[in-house]
Design a protein around this ligand. Structure first.
Ligand SMILES: [Zn+2]
Length: 107
């Protein structure tokens, strides 16, 4: 059995995504599923893993327009939904929110 790792990047890799709403590219993190080690399972079937909670990385967030969705649904957005988001979130969001996910998940 290997020891716990305090560096979250052991479990993550970065990837460039293109936002379907604003067409800007951004970098977000994905889980290296092969590195996950299951610890336990809750009564609601939520799996607990050593060192990291992969659920925190299931949501992709565009730092330019604020569009966010589960990774598996990120590109599945209708043009009507895109227009709705464009009209309401024209301001650039603080990209520090993406960095906060890395820090929070380790505590
Ligand atoms: Zn965007």
């Amino acid at each position: 059995m290997s020891e716990s790792v305090n560096d979250p990047m052991v479990y993550l890799y970065s990837k460039i995504f293109t936002c379907p709403v604003c067409s800007k590219e951004f970098v977000d993190f994905l889980i290296r599923k092969s590195k996950l080690r299951q610890l336990d399972m809750d009564s609601d079937f939520r799996t607990r893993y050593r060192d990291i909670d992969p659920n925190l990385y299931e949501v992709l967030v565009c730092g330019n327009c604020g569009y966010a969705a589960l990774h598996s649904f990120f590109d599945r957005i209708t043009s009507k939904q895109q227009d709705w988001i464009r009209k309401r979130f024209r301001q650039t969001i603080d990209t520090e929110i993406l960095k906060c996910r890395l820090v929070r998940q380790m505590h």
